[in-house]
Design a protein around this ligand. Structure first.
Ligand code: ZN
Length: 532
């Protein structure tokens, strides 16, 4: 009998997590996530799924992040009717995050279609709608931590705390092979949290597998470990600096977990007198709803008392309506705004950036990972001008960052986590990482834990047969391609085009006199004709 594992996402990229496990009797997915980052990668979300949705019997969801759960509504829209097994907090978070994602898909396509109509191009339909997301939520089935759940007739699973966000898990999977044979044991890491995470306990799981799938997001990064006090001291310094400039401290923040972590620290700083007091706004409808879910599941959190105290702080203002959000934009003097999205490519944060980036007394503080190709990364790279909602904005604000809030384990932590999962009898698959992270982690593992020849780095839509002594790649016709492959990782043509347009505008502006400007534009036009 053959057991096959296919890698439909998070294969040499950090988004789009989706793995398909097929046995002679059943077929399940572990995660079903959205591709995020460059336009080239995001276009994969619009392509047909590389398998039949109605051939999937069940889904096991590691956690509620959109790059792990965000394609579930598409799966449901195209015929998946089975259960989605997840922890209760993941289920609660998905019940707000998936409809939010559906809303984003619908409004993005609406905007695109308006443009397409003007240009006489054909209309596109959204990847899925809010309606699809609401239906998806109905298919969730809650699991207890550390308790076996029978997913199909021959596959059972246990969920273990991954310490990455509220409700996050690694998943232990056993496939029964009959004939008195031992079950085949697999372990899917999900995203693994770091050891000093403010609101999460350290990750935990049993050891001994045939196959281990491990994330490698920061496989090449050895962070200077910031303990919670040091990290808060760093944040306090930025609070003081921003207060001295009497401007805004704008913190682009993922709505779930990061917002609640940073809020807890900000309020501790203010109540302990470690920094000046000021109003702190949470301006993200998703963050507002997620915060209520954190309160509901506080018993699962580390430092729950500090979070609860932060939520009672008189400095806290949680905005609801668009009018509330606009009113924040009119404030002057020192205040703090936490707003989503964390990578600055959607949501209310874009309005705040548009409003503040040109101000010299404003501070933008990045507290999360900024993927290649996102506005957040462009700002961190030191862009002097950016485009937001079609408008060119000069960047005069200070762009700062704190790395200590990562939701992911760094390389030494990953190595420790892997060593605690050993022995791994057959192969390890590195997933959820870009080239550098996977190369870094491979050499670490190969030094002490396992020969490099047993560590595999699958590509998108590759399938491996698992029932032999080791994983064997099998041929599959139905593979999608990323064009060109490196566009998944590096800034793609779309980022380059945006930069070119900005550079042209700047060159024209810096040319004295309309006559010279005309000459420059004509020369650019000639260069364009030659290049075609
Ligand atoms: Zn995650």
């Amino acid at each position: 009998m053959s057991i096959e594992l296919s890698f439909h996402g998070a294969a040499r990229t950090v988004t789009g997590s989706c793995f398909r496990l097929k046995t002679p009797h059943s077929c399940i997915l572990i995660d079903c996530g959205l591709f995020q980052g460059s336009k080239t990668l995001r276009e994969l979300n619009y392509q047909p799924l590389p398998f039949k949705p109605d051939s999937i019997d069940a889904v096991l969801l590691t956690h509620a992040h959109i790059d792990h759960a965000g394609i579930l509504p598409k799966l449901v829209r195209h015929g998946f009717g089975g259960k989605i097994h997840a922890t209760e907090p993941s289920m609660d978070l998905s019940s707000v995050m998936l409809p939010d994602s559906g809303h984003i898909q619908e409004s993005e396509v609406e905007r695109l279609n308006r443009r397409n109509r003007r240009r006489g191009r054909k209309q596109v339909s959204p990847i899925y709608t809010m309606e699809d997301a609401l239906q998806t939520v109905q298919q969730f089935s809650p699991v207890e931590y550390e308790t076996w759940v029978q997913a199909t007739t021959d596959i059972r699973a246990r969920f273990w705390n991954a310490g990455h966000m509220l409700g996050s898990t690694s998943i232990e999977v056993e496939v029964s092979q009959g004939d008195g044979q031992q079950p085949l044991r697999l372990f899917f890491s999900g995203d693994i949290g770091p050891e000093h995470k403010l609101l999460q306990h350290d990750p935990d799981a049993p050891s001994g597998y045939d196959y281990l799938l491990c994330e490698a997001t920061f496989g090449a990064t050895d962070r200077v470990e910031a303990n919670p006090d040091e990290r808060r001291a760093l944040l306090a310094r930025h609070v003081k600096d921003a207060a001295e400039k009497r401007g805004v401290l704008l913190i682009p923040s993922f709505a779930v977990e990061r917002t609640q972590e940073v809020l807890t620290d900000l309020m501790m700083i203010m109540s302990n007198g470690e920094g000046p007091s000021a109003p702190v706004f949470i301006d993200s409808p998703l963050a507002r709803r997620a915060t209520a879910i954190f309160e509901k599941h506080a018993a699962l959190l580390a430092n729950a008392g500090a979070l609860k105290a932060a939520l009672k702080s008189p400095n806290l203002r949680i905005s609801e309506s668009v009018e509330d959000s606009k009113a924040i934009g009119k404030l002057s003097g020192f205040h703090v705004v936490l707003s989503a999205s964390g990578m600055c490519d959607a949501g209310r944060i874009k309005h705040h950036l548009k409003n503040h980036l040109h101000r010299r007394n404003a501070t933008v503080l990045m507290v999360g990972y900024q993927a290649n190709g996102t506005l957040g990364r462009v700002l961190l790279n030191g862009a002097k001008k950016v485009r937001i909602h079609g408008e060119e904005i000069e960047v005069n604000a200070a762009i700062e960052r704190i790395n200590g809030y990562s939701g992911h384990a760094d390389a030494p932590e990953l190595e420790r986590w892997i060593s605690e999962r050993l022995p791994v009898h057959r192969n390890m698959f590195l997933i959820h990482g870009e080239e550098e992270g996977m190369a870094g982690l491979t050499s670490r593992i190969a030094r002490k834990l396992m020969p490099a020849s047993r560590i595999l780095q699958p590509e998108i839509d590759e399938t491996f047969r698992l029932d032999g002594k080791k994983a064997v790649k099998v041929h599959s016709d139905n593979r999608r391609s990323i064009d060109p492959p490196e566009a998944a990782r590096q800034p793609d043509y779309d980022n380059e085009l945006t930069q070119l347009v900005l550079d042209i505008n700047e060159a024209v502006e810096n040319t004295a006199g309309n006559k010279n400007r005309s000459k420059l534009v004509r020369r650019l036009r000639q260069a364009l004709e030659r290049a075609k």
